[in-house]
Design a protein around this ligand. Structure first.
Ligand SMILES: NC(=O)N[C@@H](CC(=O)O)C(=O)O
Ligand SMILES: [Zn+2]
Ligand SMILES: [Zn+2]
Length: 478
């Protein structure tokens, strides 16, 4: 497959108005194979969930048709694509509940196409595109635009998140019902980037969401406690002369929202949990929900698992993110909470920014970092290698739980005959060096620049179509 193949063109086949896919490095490509939509893929020598003997897996018409010992599965027909997994781990395709695709409005940082390419290369088969675009996705017109753009690209299922309030202003509820009833069938609502801080608006949003079986995803930040904040409030920020973002600004909102969600009988999802105290609040709040603990869910980002505020000493704005990088004891507590299930899943908060917005002095730089192509590697490094999760656990936090939270019936499914063929193949022995310029995103603000990370996604399959493949065979590259 070549770069020319990129794009599934599920709807119109038109690609002339689309920006070119950013080269992602030698031997690596991402592309949707429109004509093979109804074909078959034979995955050879793959180890489902990293357990037991390798198998061959045949997908036909987007569904897993056969699983058998290596060499035993034969594909019939011509349109068969073969993926040699070379003993790699086979997982359900990943689901990201928190992605910023920047379209419409900031196509100089990311587009649906470039972001979907990054997602496919990162092993994702579904992403949720946050609503803080320009215009804001607070109405069916914008959510349908994003949904259609995702379909047209065809590399990953793009589910638009709808805004909770008009213009993300926190004052007036957006038309959640219209967005839910639109072609995009929005089920996740969030003002991410902003906190729904008014408790009455939050209460009403939660109440309204119950009728839609939707979930409100909260960016938990009490704005009265974070005015002008630049870094985690603590010793290091004080020494660097940066205004502090206290842990209590997050924890107080999460505590309040757990109470409001329980009272409304509504589902709540907490975005980018960053402190040990928030994990404690969730441990307290989840079992108190009348519908059971699963009604309150939470995500942690890869960067809050791996990186800490120790990185701030050089004032490099690539490390600026909201919520801020916290302490090493916070990071350790988040990893434990994820292993325990108090934090349900990993979400990237992939936040591309154009150079002029990011390469500025610390205070002026936008917060946010890229995440889609590095998430799996960071989870392997912080969770799998230390023994906090096995591959089953990785499948749970990267795919199964996020699919459940967002009510996606065809994602995060078991690797079994009859199930949708949404899959990721991972080379767990690979090691690679992150280079922002080589990532598929238009922006290149990765905090992992130059870092060597373990494990690499070798291929991704969306409903039986190969959406990304990395043909590099060397166990250690770059
Ligand atoms: N995480 C960030 O630092 N930035 C996000 C907004 C957000 O997730 O709050 C963005 O849109 O850039
Ligand atoms: Zn946020
Ligand atoms: Zn975000």
């Amino acid at each position: 497959m070549t770069e020319q193949d990129a794009g599934g063109h599920e709807e119109s086949g038109r690609s002339d108005d689309a920006p070119p896919v950013v080269p992602t490095g030698a031997g690596r490509s991402a592309g949707g194979d429109g004509p093979r939509d109804r074909g078959s893929v034979l995955i050879t020598n793959a180890v489902p969930y990293g357990e037991g003997d390798p198998v061959d897996v045949l997908t036909v018409n987007g569904v897993i048709a056969e699983i058998g010992p290596v060499g035993s599965v034969r594909a019939s027909g011509e349109a068969t694509d073969v993926l040699d997994a070379a003993g790699g781990v086979l997982l359900p395709g990943f689901v990201d509940l928190h992605t910023h695709l920047r379209e419409p409005g900031r196509e100089d940082a990311e587009t649906v196409r470039s972001g979907a390419t990054a997602a496919a290369l990162g092993g994702y088969t579904a992403v949720f595109a946050m609503a803080n675009t320009d215009p804001v996705a607070d109405n069916a017109l914008v959510t349908e635009h994003v949904w259609r753009a995702g379909r047209q690209v065809g590399l990953v299922d793009v589910h638009p998140v709808g805004a909770v309030t008009v213009g993300l202003e926190g004052a007036k509820l957006a038309e959640l019902g219209t967005m839910a009833g639109s072609a995009a069938a929005v089920r996740v609502f969030s003002d991410d980037g902003h906190c729904v801080d008014d408790p009455l608006i939050m209460r009403r949003a939660l109440e309204y969401s119950t009728a839609l079986d939707a979930v409100i995803a909260q960016h938990a930040e009490e704005p009265r406690l974070t005015a002008g904040a630049q870094a985690h409030e603590g010793e290091r920020a004080a020494r660097l002369g940066l205004a502090g973002w206290p842990s209590s600004a997050e924890e107080s909102i999460v505590a309040r929202d757990c109470i409001l969600a329980a009272h409304a009988g509504a589902r709540l999802h907490v975005c980018h949990v960053s402190t040990e105290g928030t994990a404690d609040v969730l441990r307290w709040g989840k079992p108190r929900h009348p519908s059971g603990p699963a009604a309150i869910s939470a995500e942690v980002t890869p960067h809050h698992l791996l990186l800490t505020d120790e990185r701030l000493t050089g004032y490099d704005p690539v490390n600026k993110v909201n919520p801020p990088l916290r302490t090493s004891s916070d990071a350790a507590a988040l990893a434990d909470a994820l292993a325990e299930g108090v934090i349900d899943c990993v979400a990237t908060d992939h936040a591309p920014h154009a150079v002029q917005d990011k390469d500025a002095e610390w205070a002026a730089a936008r917060p946010g970092m890229l995440g889609l192509q590095t998430a799996l590697s960071v989870v392997v490094r912080t969770m799998l290698r230390p023994g906090l999760l096995d591959w089953r656990g990785v499948a749970r936090v990267m795919s199964e739980r996020p699919a459940e939270i967002a009510r996606l019936p065809d994602q995060g499914r078991p690797i079994e005959v009859g199930e949708p063929a949404n899959l990721a193949i991972v080379d767990q022995d690979a090691e690679w060096t992150v280079r922002g310029a080589e990532l598929a995103s238009i922006a290149s603000n990765t905090p992992y620049e130059g870092m060597r990370l373990p494990a690499k996604v070798r291929a991704t399959v969306l409903r039986g179509r190969v959406t990304a493949r990395d043909t590099a065979t060397s166990p250690t590259e770059g």
